[in-house]
Design a protein around this ligand. Structure first.
Ligand SMILES: [Zn+2]
Length: 482
C-alpha cells in the first residue's frame, strides 16, 4: 500500500517536442502512462462498478476491457432493451458521482443486434446526450454487424490487407528485394496474423476432407495473391504448388488450427465459464416462450432444447477435426498433404513435391518433406528462388506457357526446331540452342539437370544459365554481376 501511494504521489511530467523540453508540471490525478501497473490499478478501481451493475441489473451481460465497457441487454423489442440500458446508465452515473468521476456519454455506441429485415431505430437518452444506433461496431478489434454476420469485418479487414499487400509488393518483386525466406516471414508475421485476428469468432471450420466455407473462401484469395509475391511466381501458378514451395498451409486449415488452439485455451483459462454464463442468460430469457421450465434448466439441458447455434456448430466441427491427429499441427499437415496430392495432375517438374509427399506417411515425415522445400531457398537470392519455382511449376516465360496464357506477341508454343519450348527442352538443347550442350558438359546430362532442379540441389549455375534466356531477369543479372 505504502509502495503504491508513494508511486502515485509527487509526480511531475515534462513534455519534449522537437528537442525542446517544457517546464515540469505537477501531476495530481491519474496513473502513470505506459506502466504495466497502471491498467491493473485501473481495473481494481473500476471493478466495483461491475459489481454494482451486476447486483442491480442481473439480466444484463457485462463485459469490460480496460476502459472499454460493454453492456448487453436482451429483449424482444427495442423499447425493452433501450429501457434496460438507460437504467444501467443511471447506475453508472450514480456510481461515478461517489468516486468523483464523470463518464462521457457521447463516446457511447449503441447497436441493436437483430435479424429483423428492418434495423431497429430507437436511440438512447443518456442524460442530455442522444445516441443513435449504428449498423456495425468494433468490439476488441472484431467488427460486428447488427445481424451478427461478418460482412462488416471482411470489409474492414480488406482495407487493412490492401495496404499491407501494397507494402509487400513494393518490398518484394520477382527479380529483386528480400529473399523468399524473408518475404515469407513478412507474410506470415504481418499479413496472416492480421487475417487470423478474430478467427475464433468468424471462422467456420473446414471439415475433414472438406472445402473452405464462409469468410475463409474470400480470404484465401488474399493469401494467394500474397504468396505469388513472396514466391515471385506468375499468377497462373497453381496455388497448391505455391503453398508447398513457400511452406504456408492453405488458409482455412491454418484458421482451423487457430480455432482449435483457442478452444483449448478456453478450457484451460476458465473463460468458458464466463461464456457459458452469458449463453445461459440468453437461453433462459428466451426459453420461456413455449418451453416452460427453461428458466431453471442447466446449460446442457437448455442448449439441447434449442437449435444449435453457430458457436455449438463450430465447437462440434473443430472437435471432430482436431480428433484426427495428436495435435492441431499434425491434422493441418495431414489435410494439407491430401489436398496437395488431389490437385496434382503430373504435368510439371513440381511433380517431385508430390512424390516426396506421397512417400511420407507419418505427420512428422510429411512435415520434414515440406520443410525441405523451404530450405532449398535459404541460400538463394530472390530472383533465383523465383526462377526455381517457375521452372519447377512450368509457369515460366518460355513459349509453351506464354502461348497457353495467350500472350499477344507469342504466336506459337514451339521452338524454331519444332519441339515445344519448355524448361526441359531448353536445358536439353537443339540446333537453335547449342548453348545447352555447353551447360551439360559443365554441369551434367539433362536428367541430372532436371533432378537438381527438382531437388533444389546445386541449382545456382543452372538458374543463372536459364536467366540469360529470360528478358525479365536481365536487370537481376546486371545487378548480380555489378
Ligand atoms: Zn528447340
Amino acid at each position: 500500500m505504502a509502495f503504491i501511494s508513494a508511486w502515485l504521489q509527487d509526480r511531475r511530467a515534462t513534455l519534449v517536442f522537437d528537442g525542446r523540453s517544457s517546464e515540469p508540471v505537477d501531476i495530481r490525478v491519474g496513473v502513470p502512462q505506459g506502466s504495466p501497473l497502471s491498467p491493473i490499478l485501473a481495473i481494481l478501481y473500476l471493478a466495483p462498478l461491475y459489481e454494482t451493475l451486476a447486483a442491480r441489473h442481473p439480466h444484463l451481460s457485462l463485459l469490460g476491457f480496460a476502459d472499454d465497457t460493454n453492456i448487453l441487454a436482451l429483449g424482444l423489442s427495442e423499447a425493452s432493451t433501450c429501457h434496460q440500458l438507460e437504467e444501467a446508465w443511471g447506475t453508472c452515473v450514480l456510481w461515478a458521482q461517489t468516486r468523483g468521476l464523470t463518464f462521457a456519454p457521447e463516446k457511447s455506441e449503441l447497436i441493436h443486434f437483430t435479424r429483423a429485415r428492418r434495423p431497429w431505430q430507437q436511440g438512447l437518452q443518456l442524460g442530455a446526450t442522444s445516441i443513435t444506433p449504428t449498423e456495425s461496431g468494433r468490439f476488441l478489434g472484431v467488427w460486428l454487424d447488427r445481424k451478427l454476420r461478418w460482412g462488416a469485418h471482411l470489409q474492414e479487414l480488406r482495407k487493412r490487407l490492401n495496404t499491407q499487400r501494397f507494402a509487400l509488393t513494393r518490398l518484394a518483386a520477382k527479380t529483386w528485394g528480400p529473399g523468399l525466406i524473408r518475404a515469407r516471414e513478412l507474410y506470415t508475421k504481418v499479413v496472416r496474423s492480421t487475417i487470423a485476428f478474430g478467427a475464433p469468432a468468424y471462422h467456420q471450420p473446414t471439415s475433414v476432407g472438406g472445402k473452405p466455407r464462409g469468410l475463409a473462401v474470400r480470404l484465401e484469395k488474399e493469401q494467394n495473391s500474397c504468396l505469388q509475391v513472396v514466391a515471385g511466381a506468375y499468377k497462373a501458378t497453381p496455388i497448391r504448388n505455391l503453398e508447398v514451395e513457400t511452406l504456408v498451409p492453405p488458409l482455412d486449415l491454418y484458421l482451423n488450427k487457430r480455432v482449435a488452439d483457442f478452444e483449448a485455451r478456453l478450457d484451460q483459462s476458465g473463460l468458458r465459464v464466463i461464456m457459458d454464463d452469458a449463453r445461459l442468460k440468453i437461453l433462459r430469457r428466451f426459453g420461456k416462450r413455449g418451453r416452460r421450465g427453461c428458466r431453471r434448466m442447466s446449460l446442457n439441458a437448455a442448449t439441447k432444447a434449442f437449435r444449435p447455434t453457430d458457436l455449438d456448430q463450430t465447437q462440434e466441427a473443430i472437435g471432430a477435426w482436431r480428433a484426427q491427429g495428436d495435435s492441431p499441427d499434425e491434422v493441418v499437415t495431414q489435410e494439407w498433404k491430401n489436398r496437395f496430392l488431389a490437385s496434382q495432375r503430373g504435368r510439371s517438374l513440381a511433380d517431385i513435391q508430390g512424390r516426396t509427399l506421397l512417400e511420407a506417411k507419418k505427420p512428422k515425415e510429411i512435415e520434414r518433406a515440406l520443410r525441405k522445400h523451404l530450405r532449398r531457398h535459404k541460400k538463394l537470392r530472390k530472383e533465383e528462388s523465383s526462377l526455381l519455382i517457375q521452372a519447377r511449376t512450368g509457369r515460366i516465360g518460355l513459349r509453351k506457357f506464354l502461348f497457353l496464357r495467350r500472350v499477344p506477341s507469342i504466336a506459337t508454343p514451339y521452338c524454331e526446331c519444332g519441339e515445344e519450348e519448355t524448361v526441359h527442352h531448353v536445358l536439353e538443347g537443339c540446333t537453335n540452342n547449342p548453348g545447352a550442350y555447353e551447360l551439360q558438359r559443365k554441369e551434367g546430362p539433362i536428367d541430372t539437370l532436371i533432378r537438381r532442379l527438382q531437388e533444389g540441389d546445386r541449382v545456382r549455375p543452372i538458374l543463372r544459365w536459364l536467366m540469360r534466356r529470360l528478358p525479365e531477369y536481365r536487370l537481376a543479372l546486371e545487378l548480380a554481376t555489378d
